[in-house]
Write a protein that binds this ligand. Structure first.
Ligand code: FAD
Length: 426
């Protein structure tokens, strides 16, 4: 069921500042044509416009229609792979650099919220709940490493009892509390970025699906009813890329992830469930993530599938994950259930690059994209303006093509995911 062209979700029901943009008709000329109106595209467009560039943004549906308007809203510290894994793979120097980039990503969001006065319910504090005996001890080791080597004194290990006092589930054996990690209402943040971009002069077009573009300079970007001639293209389509750009499609796997929102539980009950409106995720391979909303619902994400299409009954699909952690909610009504598509890479590191001198892309944030996609947009804008230092470092991350490319990636992924989620339960 659609609400003004958006999927029905808790976020669309509580959206602030929805604005209808026209569809592209006829010919336009711009310095940069951004394709995709999620965080990647919006952030690139806004940062470019602030540098004085003339920008057109084309969105196939609505602003924030994709993962950016549907996600858990959790803004974790670091990259999708934790800093210790990054150290093993790349050495401390590089790991530290990627950590610092992720901190800059958090800063970008905090600064945007403040600068543009975006009402997106920004909250501080996050707990990673450890669900498996063999992971116990990690929180202490990680918090110590962050304090000693990453100048990040904001994380600390919590005992089982401390964790239980903050999150009312018996599932967690210990926790890692990060007081500088955050959460937001993601759709309202996207709508706020769009407002800021409009104010900065970006011409935004919705219902304007790009069907092709030329590999020339300048490039011509074509939609059903219009064309944009631009010196640069920024591709920010992520899990919704489809067949638009075969040169990068095989590097990502679109996967679907699902969320529910309970009925309002009342302030007291919500605060007993999760203290201080912190957000939470666990250590499962198919991660559960949750937080309470401004109106004291539990917003809970859990479960995913690896094929085009959502389960016919998303509520029935996600609710068991919620009840496994919170059996006390067995009588709580579910008001909203929705899904979205994100994209993952083989090694779960983000995929940024330049396909030709005037075509930049970013995708594959692997479930950790709220902050990193905003950072990707920012550093693409830096690169287009002539300072490619941070962009080049992010683009140097090694991203392999999925075995079998776009044709055969799904069966391999299903097997792999089944293996890991089974291992989680053992
Ligand atoms: C249910 C769910 C929960 C998640 N939870 C979290 C979380 O808690 N924390 C976290 O860090 N990450 C989370 N993620 C991931 C995060 O949402 C994404 O990494 C991030 O939003 C990616 O932003 P994006 O702009 O790259 O992509 P999207 O937001 O998906 O935007 C891509 C846009 O491109 C448009 N588009 C596609 N093709 C075309 C075309 N041909 N022409 C024009 N426009 C086109 C689409 O319509 C879409 O609006 C979650 C994702 C999902 C689905």
């Amino acid at each position: 069921m659609n609400l003004h062209g958006y999927p029905q979700s808790y976020y669309t029901a509580t959206a602030v500042g929805m604005h209808d943009h026209p569809a592209l008709q006829g010919a336009q000329r711009a310095d940069v044509c951004v394709i995709g109106g999620g965080f990647t595209g919006l952030s690139a467009a806004l940062n470019l416009a602030e540098q004085g560039m003339d920008v057109v943004l084309l969105e196939a549906e609505r602003i924030g229609f994709g993962a950016s308007g549907r996600n858990g809203g959790l803004i974790g510290s670091g990259q999708r792979k934790d800093a210790l894994e990054m150290e093993k793979q790349f050495g401390f120097g590089k790991s530290r650099q990627f950590w610092d980039f992720a901190e800059a990503a958090k800063t970008e969001i905090r600064d945007r919220v403040a600068k543009h006065d975006i009402a997106c319910d920004l909250q501080y504090g996050q707990i990673e709940g450890v669900h498996k005996k063999s992971y116990v001890g990690f929180a202490e080791e990680y918090a110590a490493a962050l304090a000693e080597r990453y100048d990040y004194p904001h994380a600390r290990a919590l005992s089982r009892e401390e964790t239980r006092s903050l999150v009312a589930t018996d599932d967690f054996l210990e926790g890692l509390y990060d007081k500088q990690a955050m959460s937001i209402h993601p759709l309202n943040y996207a709508l706020g970025l769009a407002r800021a971009a409009r104010d900065a002069g970006v011409r935004i077009f919705e219902s304007s699906r790009v069907t092709r573009y030329t590999r020339s300079d300048p490039a011509t970007v074509t939609t059903q009813e219009g064309q944009v001639e631009a010196s640069f293209i920024v591709l920010g389509c992520n899990g919704y890329l489809g067949k638009l750009e075969p040169r990068v499609a095989g590097k990502i796997m679109p996967i679907n992830n699902f969320m529910i929102a309970t009925e309002p539980l009342g302030e007291e009950c919500a605060r007993q469930l999760i203290a201080d409106r912190i957000c939470v995720h666990d250590t499962r391979f198919v991660v559960n993530y949750f937080r309470t909303s401004e109106d004291y619902r539990l917003l809970f994400g859990g479960g995913e599938n690896y094929r085009p299409g959502f389960p016919s009954d998303i509520e029935a699909f996600v609710r068991p994950y919620m009840l496994e952690l919170f059996p006390q909610l067995s009588d709580a009504g579910i008001d909203y259930a929705w899904g979205g598509t994100l994209s993952v890479t083989v090694n779960r590191l983000p995929h940024l690059g330049r396909l030709q001198p005037n075509l930049f892309f970013a995708q594959g944030y692997s479930g950790h994209g709220v902050a990193i996609s905003n950072f990707a947009g920012k550093i693409i804008a830096e690169a287009i303006a002539g300072t490619a230092g941070r962009f080049d470092v992010m683009a140097s991350l090694p991203i392999h093509t999925f075995p079998g490319g776009t044709l055969l990636r799904y069966p391999g992924m299903v097997l792999g995911m089944l293996f890991f989620s089974l291992r989680d339960r053992l």
